[in-house]
Each structure stands twice: as C-alpha cells, then as structure tokens.
Design a protein around this ligand. Structure first.
Ligand code: UDP
Length: 468
C-alpha cells in the first residue's frame, strides 16, 4: 500500500485487512486482481492455481515489499485436500477458475462442463462448510452419520439414533477459528425437509456470517437476446427492453443441445443457481460477477508463442496474433455479432468495491461491463488495425480482414451471442461504480503491450525455416 492511511468503505467505515483465497489467481483476471490488492490495499492473498507465469512478477523477488502478503499454492481444485484448509484460513474466497475460450465450448464440451460446473463444486461446498454454524443432517443410519462427521472434520461428536434408524440426533463440538463451538442439533427439525432420504447425507447449513464467496460467472449466461428472435428489420429490435441484459429480469436463452457452444453457459448458469440457492436456503454470503468481455494485457495467449500453435484464443488475442503476423483478421460469419468491451483495469475497480463493501455486495449478481463501448466484431477489427498501425509504426496490409464461416473457424456446434449490452442499474446503485476507459484508449494500451511483449518473438518464429 502506498501510504499507511486507513481505507474506508463506501459507508465511511474502516476496512479491516482481509485474507483472500483466490482460486485461479494465475490467470488473466487473477493477475490483475492480485496486482491491485498488493499495490493498493493491505489485504493478503492466498493465490491458488496450477500455473503462475502471469503473476511471477508479484512472487519474485521474495524480498519485494508485498512478499509477506502473497503466498502461491500450486493446487488443482479438482483433487487437492488442501483447498478446504486454505478456504478456512481466508475471510473471503474468490473463484476465478474456468475454461472460458469459446473455441473449447463446442470442441471440448466435457472439459468445459467439468471445469465450469463439477470442478467448481468443491469450492462452493468448501466455503459453505467453512461458514457452518448449525448443521442439521439426517442419515440412513448411525454409521453413515459417523462416517460423514468424521470426513467433514467435526470433532467430539456423539450421536444416537432416535425413533427410527433413519433419524439421528447428536450434539457435536466443532473446531473453528481456534475456538470450540458447541451446538445442539435437532434432527427432528429436519424431518420435513428430509422426507426422501437415501444413504447420502442431507445437509442444511446456516451461515455464520464471516466467510464469503465471490463467484465469477459470465455474461454468456444470458445467451441470446430476446430481440434476436425477431425479423431483422423489426422495429422492436431497437427497443432496449429487447436487448439490454438485466441481472434480475432478463431470461437466459440458449440454443439447442447440439449447439454445444452453450455447454459453457449452461454449466455456468447451474453453478450460479447453486450458489444462489446456498444463499437463499442456507445463508451463504455470496456475490456473483458476470464479466462482459473484459480485455487487456495478459489476456489468453498468442498461438505458437506462449500457447499451442493450433490453439484459438478469444477475439482480442486472435486479432492481435493476426496483426503481429501481418495476416488478415478473420471475421467469423461476417463479423456481425456485437460486443461491449471493458478495460480490465476498470473492471478490477468494480471487483475491489465488492471485496471491500460486503454489506452492499452480498446477495447480489453484478453485470460488470462497459455499455458505451459497443462495436460489431467487424468494427473491432477495423479499430484494432488502425490502433496497431499507430503503436507499431507499421502500415496495415492491403486486405486487413477476411470472412470465414463459424464451422470452418470453430467447428461443428458453434453458435453465437448476438449482442451484449449490460444493464448498469444494480452495480450503480449498490457500489456507485462506472467504467471509464473508451474502446480506443483501452486498445491503445493493450496493443502497445502486445507489440512490446510479442513482436520480436513472432518475428523470430516466422523467420524460422519450415521443416520439410
Ligand atoms: N471472432 C471472430 N474472429 C476471431 C475470433 C473471434 O470473428 O478470430 C468473433 C466470435 O465469433 C464472436 C466474437 O468474435 O462473435 C467474440 O469472440 P470471443 O472469442 O472473444 O468470445 P465471446 O465474446 O463470444 O465469448
């Protein structure tokens, strides 16, 4: 932190230094969020990821002024028992881990669904478990209960069957925050909710109010706009009610099952619903973030340089790669889809407000995007071509764009979101946040970074003789 001044939240209350467990800290968003937290706040980061290349500059040298406030843990959340302990050590867990490149949604639908739904389950349950105050459980028999209690880490448990072997009553002591809690739990109270009991435990959690989850979702959960189903020249297509995406009222509209593009949106929607249900039924304190095309330095990879040469990253990196290699930018299905792009640094400001204002952020879903930066993909290609010429000093090639079909570019099962304008009412009201950076400015700083980081490496790679 630049100076020792106490940070105040939006209501003028001092902000206590937090320990934040950040899952997926080594990715694009995580790297910017870590940077922000270390340079501008007193918070500590437990940074979890399988890779750390994008945050190396924050981890080395270990004598840096923030070395004490960041700890990297190389962890795969799919199968690492350390996850629960790290979540317990933290006040807040932020889950950023995901496969989020459209080229994977229709070609690797299983990985997409597993990574975005199944693999996210341990995180939600770890935060829910860490925030338990009261537990009501009904098991098939006492053995099942004893097994669950043992594996869930409760201590000092005694349990006895009551009335029937399907109903268990016990009291337990549980170690939490170096303090032992004693709870009497009445399984009878759960009887109504546990009517159809099987051998699996039915667990009802009640939150203790000091473990939070900020879960990163996606604007893809909205899918297509209502207006996209109207004829092309229908006047209602111009009506904001038919395209502006609102957290609390817009429907989520996906294509058919064989359009596997929507495997990502669907997995993300289900995990959102799970987090929301944990909040509604069990008091889990959560915030859900729906990013709308956040872009900036360190996003994705340049194929053949710091990622696989056959890999297809998102549009910013695809177009950057084409510009660096002096190839035409490929417009999928005519480049007619529209997107709103937001500078990563503006978006991170919004996340920091959520972190530091729990009372205003808990229980909310927030769109985080820039409705003023809307372009078609074709317009994006044209603007990037101009900006790149400016920052690189190279004139554009003669035919700067080329049309390709989505089948050719992405393969079978691709489909697209037609338009994505985020409604800003909720984030404005709760956090007073607005994006600042224009599309031109954000492209200028991002393409300056791309040119500085990759131009030499691309030149070297393209000048290598091709093996016969
Ligand atoms: N796109 C394109 N050419 C490319 C890469 C992407 O025309 O080289 C299009 C893509 O079909 C989509 C838009 O750009 O309409 C944005 O794609 P991106 O991969 O960034 O992710 P999305 O916003 O669809 O999640």
């Amino acid at each position: 932190m630049a100076n020792g001044a106490v940070r105040l939240d939006l209501d003028g209350k001092p902000i206590k230094p937090l320990t934040i467990c950040m899952i997926g800290a080594g990715g694009f968003i995580g790297s910017h969020l870590c940077e922000k937290l270390l340079t501008e706040t007193p918070h500590k980061v437990l940074a979890l990821d399988v890779y750390n290349d994008k945050i190396k500059h924050l981890l080395e040298p270990d004598t840096s002024e923030w070395a004490e406030r960041i700890q990297f843990h190389r962890i795969n959340i799919k199968h690492d028992s350390r996850l629960e302990g790290l979540v317990k050590m933290a006040d807040l867990t932020i889950n950023l881990a995901a496969i989020c490149t459209p080229a994977d949604y229709n070609t690797r639908p299983l990985d997409t669904i597993y990574s975005n739904f199944i693999d996210a389950l341990p995180v939600v349950s770890a935060v829910a478990v860490a925030s338990i105050k009261t537990v009501v459980v009904r098991f098939a028999n006492a053995e099942a209960a004893a097994y669950y209690i043992a594996t869930a880490g409760f201590i000092g448990v005694s349990c006895r069957t009551r009335r029937s072997d399907a109903s268990v009553r016990w009291s337990f002591l549980r170690q939490r925050n170096e303090q032992e809690l004693t709870q009497n739990v009445d399984a009878a109270a759960a009887a109504d909710t546990c009517g159809n009991q099987t051998n699996s435990p039915f667990v009802k959690y009640c939150s203790e109010n000091n473990k939070r989850l900020i879960h990163f979702s996606t604007c893809e959960v909205y899918g297509k706009t209502i207006g996209s189903f109207l004829p092309k020249d229908h006047p209602l297509r111009q009506d904001p009610d038919f395209y502006v995406l609102k957290e609390d009222t817009s429907p989520c509209i996906f294509g058919s099952i064989e359009k596997q593009r929507w495997s990502y949106a669907c997995a993300k929607q289900l995990i959102e619903r799970l987090v929301y249900a944990e909040g509604a039924e069990n008091g889990l304190e959560f915030t859900i973030v729906r990013p709308f095309n956040w872009i900036g330095p360190r996003m994705d990879f340049i194929p053949g340089i710091d990622g696989p040469s056959e890999g297809v990253p998102r549009v910013l990196a695809c177009f950057s790669n084409n510009l660096l290699r002096r190839e035409p930018l490929k417009l999928v299905d005519g480049g007619e889809s529209q997107r709103t792009f937001i500078y990563i640094k503006d978006a991170i400001e919004a996340v920091l407000l959520m972190i530091e204002n729990p009372e205003r952020a808990n229980g909310h879903i927030f769109n985080v995007g820039n409705p003023n930066n809307e372009v078609t993909v074709r317009q994006l290609a044209e603007m990037m071509t101009k900006v790149y010429s400016k920052v690189s000093g190279e004139t554009a090639i003669e035919s700067p764009t080329i049309d390709v079909s989505s089948k050719e570019f992405y393969g079978e099962g691709y489909d697209d979101s037609d338009k994505r304008i985020p409604d800003m009412t909720i984030i404005n009201r709760q956090l007073g946040w607005n994006p600042k950076t224009s599309l031109w400015d954000l492209l200028e700083s991002t393409l300056t970074y791309q040119h500085r980081t990759y131009a030499e490496a691309v030149k070297k790679a393209t000048s290598k003789p091709v093996a016969s």
